[in-house]
Design a protein around this ligand. Sequence first.
Ligand SMILES: Cc1ncc(C[n+]2csc(CCOP(=O)(O)OP(=O)(O)O)c2C)c(N)n1
Ligand SMILES: [Mg+2]
Length: 561
Amino acid sequence: MAQRTTIGGYLIHRLEELGVKHVFGVPGDYVLGFYDQLVASPLEVVGTCTEIGAGFAGDAYARVNGLGAVCITYCVGGFNALNAVAGAYAEKSPLVLISGAPGLSERERSPFLHHKVRDFNTQRLIYERVTAAAVALENADDAPELIDAALDACLRQKRPTYIEIPRDMATASCVAPKPWKRGRARSDPQTLREAVAEAAEMLRRAKRPVILGGVEIHRFGLQNLLVRLVEHTGMPIASTLLGKSMMEEDHPQYLGVYEGGMGRDDVRRVVERADCLMILGAFLTDIDLGIFTAKLDPAKTIDASAERIAIKRHVFEDIQLKDFMDTLIGALPKRKAARVRTKSPRATPFKTNPRAPMTVRRLFERVDAMLGDEHIVICDIGDSLFGAADLTIRRHTEFLSPAYYTSMGFAVPAALGAHINKRRLRPIVFVGDGAFQMTGQELSTIVRQGLDPIVIVLNNKGYSTERFIDDGPYNDILNWQYHRVPELLGAGWGTEARTEAEFDTALAQANDNRDSFSIVNVHLDPYDSSRAMERLGQRLGTKVRSSRRRHRSKPATDRRR
Ligand SMILES: Cc1ncc(C[n+]2csc(CCOP(=O)(O)OP(=O)(O)O)c2C)c(N)n1
Ligand SMILES: [Mg+2]
């Protein structure tokens, strides 16, 4: 007789086999049975304060690990996690969301079971729109197959997947898992040959070819292959913001982040003057295009992604990005590294100007001078993200941000997820005061896990990114004493900084503190902005600062400094 297990046991076995060690979440009665199975398994349950916190933590875990998992209860928990899962979909992160649900037998007794919204399928149907696969395990015979199909879709597409377990099915008996067999997607050899020949021809003729790399380099684990390609062809390479840290940023051929008019001008010039631009694994978002200030000519472009390869206007399908890159190396002659003139922000050593008030620009310059191999940078949105574009990341995949979906609240829980997975990497978290107020309570989970990230709160007393677009009282928020969060939690170390000297000391002390998390409340002018925002303002021809100061006379709430 074939060996048997339970549906819950089957799923746990697969997660473990595929490299998951931690599951983030908040329990509820519809999922408690499965939680008991998790606790009895080698997987560790990491209880978070909220489901969205679990979602962002699981997403970051997936980005650094290759797969992440979150487990929540039906609807009240599921819908709390929805925004994080939507972000994982948009930015291609392989996250498994497991949800409990009312038992099948109790559904027969009453249609009015707590947490239900419209009908028993509502949550799954909504998740269908933001996942690669959404399955409900309502039958023990096909549950193993559905689990395997959902996990396969997640891993192949690098998009989240949704698995719903009615509470009376978690312990239902099913066949035991056979060893995982992942069908590797193959390229069609003829199409691959044609695409590579056409791309190689275009690159061979080009005098100033440039590579622009994106997020799929991380997701498909192509970082080393990319470096081989870059070094073989001698081509300079820029990164999109979402793709940042796909290769060592002190590599001589690495230019910096390209984001149209928002990015460094020297990088923009090299990319836009290329006579052949090879885009690898990037979907060019409005942010990558510097809010459409970018000037890229499709007639000079090779655009290769996991979904398709477009060379000028020819489109090729059924080609794996890895195969394309690999084969291209063989088709191109080895060349010396092209000489391009760009100026790394690190070229000028940082010197503290002790009494000067802190600014966003100096904040990032100071942290850049401190960044080492042991750090991973995790950014929330707003100036925390725009300002971080010019940081120099030393290794692969050591920069995480929601640079496309741009949901506030990503960074603190993402630090939890990334740090649990890679203990040797210490997160440096950049988070706006507004974003911190959304998910900063996950510091509580960080304390419970004994982690020691450094959290830098860019306290500009509100939603400064929005002040730039349209200012009004709705952009003001309460000025919390972020540095006193450790008093509330009974753990952690905090301080505040107003001047460069204070920030200098705070950062050094935070870096020395290996006992707990550190939080630095950096007071900034509400109308101060990163270089990226200033550059964007200049390129769009708007007088950013003066127009933003228009509304300054009547603050609606407290802007104490
Ligand atoms: C979850 C979510 N809600 C609302 C927004 C819209 N939004 C974009 S930027 C921003 C302000 C962010 O404020 P803060 O975190 O303090 O960063 P700052 O802009 O001040 O640098 C808001 C509300 C968003 N991106 N995400
Ligand atoms: Mg702010």
